[in-house]
Design a protein around this ligand. Structure first.
Ligand code: SAM
Length: 276
């Protein structure tokens, strides 16, 4: 079977790494695991040994069929596209509300998959993911430069890099090295109800406010070269002097760039914006 490059089919060929990934999920034998893209099943085998139940969703019909023939007692192979499937329904039907995601991700849709699981109705308690090394570093903001991606993850969860994996451990070898990261869901995600609607009866939905929150974050990052004040002033047509005054209230310097702000800074800024 020729690997399909367009589906990100770089198969892991190192058993020790596959087992390390499964071990990183700290499976107790009572945990449910959702695997995305089981491929030829190198990781699925260890997940099936360590978890109570495994759901493995594979887009490639031939791979899914072959894997189904392995007949693991506690593993259900589903043929489907993770970006098109009705995820809440899949989780409900399989009584999977407490679960972890473990996957060697198809790199062409890494950010979309991470976002999907952070925002879904039934989010996993943690995700152990193999991603492109640079993407892993960007999510953590290893260089202390935050991005829309890192803020999107850190709003919901605490990410960390567990270990790096050389490209030599895949067939075919990709052009990049990889990192295994752990994304642990926060017990409490930040409160971002607009100040004005905090009164009884006027609360807007969390989803509505999160959409607004992330449009503020995107506006802050709109031009890499510009300061936060310049970007926000241009995006929302607010005079720069006004904006600089408001930024001071949040203890942010007027010349600060968006990459320096952490989630807490964005939340403070959002709340100020909504009190105008
Ligand atoms: N888990 C295997 C391993 O570690 O060797 C395969 C990993 S490979 C990097 C990514 C896998 O994701 C492939 O098997 C590919 O067919 C599958 N895949 C790609 N796009 C997908 C999608 N949209 N939904 C589900 N699976 C997908």
């Amino acid at each position: 079977m020729i690997p399909k490059k367009s589906l990100g089919q770089n198969f892991l060929i190192n058993e020790e790494i596959a087992e390390n990934i499964a071990d990183s999920a700290d499976l107790s034998g009572r945990d449910n695991v959702l695997e995305i893209g089981p491929g030829k099943g190198i990781l699925t085998k260890y997940l099936a040994q360590k978890a109570e139940n495994v759901l493995a969703l594979e887009i490639d019909f031939n791979l899914a069929k072959k894997l189904d023939g392995e007949n693991y007692k506690n593993t259900k192979i589903i043929k489907g596209d993770i970006l098109k499937i009705n995820l809440p329904k899949l989780i409900e039907e399989n009584h999977f509300k407490n679960y972890k995601v473990v996957a060697n991700l198809p790199y062409y849709i890494t950010s979309k998959i991470i976002r999907l699981f952070l925002e879904t109705k039934y989010p996993p308690s943690e995700m152990i993911l193999m991603v492109q090394k640079e993407v892993g570093e960007r999510i953590i903001a290893l260089d202390r430069k935050e991005s829309i991606l890192s803020i999107s993850v850190k709003f919901y969860a605490d990410p960390e890099i567990l270990f790096f994996v050389s490209r030599k451990n895949f067939d075919p070898a990709p052009e990049v090295d990889s990192a295994v990261i752990k994304i642990t869901r926060k017990k409490k995600i930040p409160d971002i109800y607009p100040v004005k609607s905090r009164g009884a009866g006027s609360r807007q939905s969390g989803t509505f406010n999160r959409v607004k929150f992330f449009s503020l974050v995107r506006a802050g990052f709109s031009s890499k070269r510009k300061t936060l004040a310049n970007n926000l002033s241009a995006s929302f047509s607010i005079p720069k002097v006004e904006l600089s005054k408001e930024l001071k209230k949040t203890n942010l310097e007027p010349g600060v760039r968006a990459e320096r702000l952490e989630v807490e800074d964005w939340v403070r800024l959002y709340n100020i914006f909504n009190s105008w």
